[in-house]
Write a protein that binds this ligand. Structure first.
Ligand SMILES: [Zn+2]
Length: 390
């Protein structure tokens, strides 16, 4: 049995968590009188529902490789992420099938990967083909939904897909969403140009999420109505937000979280493979040359457009804690319990629950949580964070 102690950001009490095997066996809280010198915070491990890659490892690599999945998992763990959902983007039927097969293989052969990945998120290929809305998804492979295609992916991967992002502007979207919902697959609206009626029909059919709301959108929209307001107002949709400090201006992020409410908001990194790399100029296989700035802004050389998100949730939590009135506890909730509800009940510390937790330092104004210790399924991983990276 091991024990871990730190300050609970919500109560400011000293919390001691006892771990037995891969499970939390007891939690005790103690009030502390004196200010805690050099305080270490304690929280559940972070849960990221949208990750394309990390630290040079890419789930959308061609050809896909088991080592990419295992490498990304280990690198994400060092950032305090104990549960993540690999996200596969728009591609051919065979490419998606091959990438799913590799993630399945990685889960089969690596115990850590198996406990970190609850399922896979397919972002595409049934998205808007309009520039702006499609983001960087390849229009050559964007296509209408097909249940046969989805079922083929599930057969080949052992039912590994647990979430699908689509644009509900297609005829037949509602039937497809209803069929996936009946299979307990979560359906998210994203990269869309759907109108309010189409969004309403998608929600009635079972869609329950908005993927990175406010991004994957046209640069210019009618002031109202538009698909952002429609999704903000729909109480049956929980919205994911990219809180890297670049994809949404601080005031937009604050207003959107207020509009959805804490119970319907969560943070995602949407990290690409270059996330976690040192600042500099990089050649990418599909996007050409990109610059990664010291502040974690990833842009195409020449156009200056954003080329993806490059920061882990350890930054996202700090961005929200610094830029809103939610405080550290509220920001953490959006990266633990809220996404954890959609990841088999992770993201909470409770007796009898999974022993996934982090010990970290953070003070207001700092751009990231500095992770000291990660416990995943009861196993301790200590880190020397070194100099703050991108
Ligand atoms: Zn996207």
């Amino acid at each position: 049995m091991d024990s871990y102690a730190g300050i609970d950001p919500l109560t400011s009490e000293l919390v001691s968590v006892t771990v037995d095997g891969d499970t939390v066996s007891a939690i005790e809280s103690h009030r502390i009188d004196a200010p805690w010198e050099g305080r270490t915070w304690i929280a559940p491990g972070l849960v990221d529902l949208q990750v394309n890659g990390f630290a040079g490892f890419d789930f959308n690599a061609d050809p896909p490789q088991v080592e990419q999945v295992i490498g990304a998992a280990r690198s994400l763990l060092a950032e305090g992420i104990t549960t993540f959902v690999p996200t596969l983007i728009t591609a051919s039927h065979e490419q998606v099938a091959a990438r799913l097969a590799v993630i399945r293989q990685a889960r089969d052969q690596d115990q850590l990967v198996r406990t970190m990945i609850p399922y896979v998120h397919l972002e595409g290929p049934h998205l808007s083909d309009q520039d702006g809305a499609r983001g960087v998804h390849d229009p050559a492979w964007i296509r209408p939904p097909s249940l046969d295609e989805f079922l083929d992916w599930q057969r080949g991967s052992g039912d590994l897909v647990g979430m699908v992002t689509l644009s509900p502007h297609y005829d037949g979207s509602a039937g497809y969403i209803a069929a996936l919902s009946a299979l307990s697959i979560r359906v998210a609206i994203g990269h869309t140009h759907a109108d309010e009626d189409q969004i309403g029909r998608a929600v009635a059919a079972g869609a329950s999420l908005s993927t990175h709301l406010g991004n994957g959108a046209h640069p210019i929209l009618p002031r109202h109505p538009n698909y952002i307001w429609s999704q903000l107002a729909e109480d049956r949709l929980t919205a994911g937000f990219i809180a890297d400090g670049h994809h949404l201006p601080a005031s937009t992020l604050k207003a959107m979280i207020r509009a959805k409410g804490m119970e319907r908001s969560l943070l995602v990194s949407d990290a690409v493979a270059l996330a976690g790399s040192p600042p500099g100029r990089y050649d990418t296989p599909v996007g050409g040359q990109v610059d990664l700035s010291p502040s974690g802004r990833l842009t195409h050389v020449g156009s200056g457009l954003l080329a993806g998100a490059a920061r882990s949730l350890a930054y996202g939590v700090a961005t929200v804690a610094n830029g809103t009135d939610l405080g550290l506890a509220g920001a953490l909730d959006l990266a633990t319990a809220q996404p954890g509800r959609l990841a088999r009940g992770r993201g909470r510390l409770s007796a009898g629950g999974p022993a996934d937790l982090i010990l970290f330092y953070w003070q207001p104004g700092e751009p990231r949580l500095t992770i000291e210790t990660v416990v995943k399924a009861g196993l301790r991983h200590d880190h020397d964070p070194g100099p703050a990276g991108p």
